[in-house]
Ligand binder design. Sequence first.
Ligand SMILES: [Zn+2]
Length: 575
Amino acid sequence: MGSAGRRDRDRHRRRPHLLRATECAGIENFLKDVVADTGKPTNVYSVSAQYTDGTGHAAYSDTFGASVIDEHPYPTSGTCPPYESFGGTEFTSCITDEKLAAEVNTVIGEEGWPHGLGAVYYMVLPPEVGSCFGPEPETEPEPACFDEEFCAYHSFTESPQTVYANISYANADVFGCGVGEYPNGNVVDDTLSALSHEANEAVTDPLLNAWFDSEGLENADECRNTPEGEDFGPPLGGGAGTLFNQEIGTRHYYLQREWSNDTEDCEQRVDPAQPAIADPGEVTISQSASFSSSGTVPGAGGISSYHWDFGDGGTSSAPNPSHTYTSTGTFPVTLTVTDDGGFTFSTEREVTVLSPAQVPEATSTPATGVTDTTATLNGIVNPMGRKTTYRFEYGLTTAYGNSTSPASAGAGSSPVAVSGGVAGLVPSTVYHFRISATNSGGTEEGADQVFTTTASAPSLPTTLSTRSLVAGTAVARGVAFVKAGSARLKLTCQGGGPCKGAVVLIPLTRHIGAGMKRLPIGRTKFSIPAGVSAVVSIKLSSDGKVLLRAAPRAGLKVKLTGAGIAPRTLLLKRP
Ligand SMILES: [Zn+2]
């Protein structure tokens, strides 16, 4: 039994540690999701595309090659001893970079995979397998090991030329290299941020001689262990332990941000440009139409080029081009702008190309609703398919001289009834009017029409607005009957307070004996509680009595005025 146990332990030590199938699937899913979104500005891989070398952009242009589980035994000599990291993770095997690089090239050879700068190889070490540099007496007196000095790295071999990365397994060690967020419920989620980090650096600095800052930091390093502790930026969703800040392919991931020289900050994705196509107005066949990209908002990567597709086969690379359509119809116009990372952002606008403009049809029809001072003028307009406005011209002769404000008759192709109200007319007067309709094809006027305003309506007010009343204003009825030489006037106290004041009656008809002056013919004081109606008696002067006797049967018009009373016209009547 004891010997069997020892044999088991031995076998355990010799056999390669392997990732579980679900963990391998999690890594492959991630790489395939990154490929599925290739060229899109929507995830963190897009941030690195702004960097350039002599051959152009570090384009986000990925394909997935293949994966293999390397079951070769670990090297038995010349490698690093087992160790325990600060976080307490035990690494029972340890591989030096030298051995790891050699193993990557062995597998590439066996699989017939390509060398050169077109491929990056990610060696994901299983749990319990550490890796160290050194110790080397001159440069590295103490070994520098995974989960202590580094979490992953990328490097290359010169001959054969192989770009590779050591993605050690973070092993849910949130005190070391782990992140502690598992948006896919897979323990390997912890390792993907480090993989993304090395992927971006392997693209921008594959031979360790390209993009790095004055401190030797590469673009992903700028956003790892940031002073603000904001490596990941705001999450897009998820809860504690399942946070995600990336939607890639069909899945969610929690990946550190990447450095952007465009924004001089760590970014989760490129800031998109927002192209806009300004309204080209009316577009007519065989006539040059002007298109404008004004309104376009550039993203952080600016706009390096414009591309217009006019939907009829025509294109342009000008920001504000002209285009002439050779047929009518509706065309989808697309504007695509490209930023400094090569990412494109598009917008579309439908443009209707019209046949040559025709003047609208306009017919004047009889006026309706005619009163002494107002009327409704009518007409019929056919816009003939163009944006058309109409107005009515009116006046005392066919020279008109007045006009209603322009209004829209739409842009249809059939007749529409239109009208316009006019006011301030003179009673009992013949008026002329006609309709006038205008579109880009020209202006058309309808024939002359006439109408006659009615005679003036009685001007005695029957109601009085109380809107402007102040507290304690007396309001009088419009008629007062005279009895025994006194006008008996009904006053109502409105406005929320007791009404106190004086009534004064001034004739509107001039009394001959009074010369040019209009003298009051009666006055009295009043005091009425709030909300109460009371009759006040106003003794008429002798002049007032004379005027009343001379007045027509309808009565004598007087102006009612005074303190604390709403002014109005009053009709004094004999009983
Ligand atoms: Zn790095």
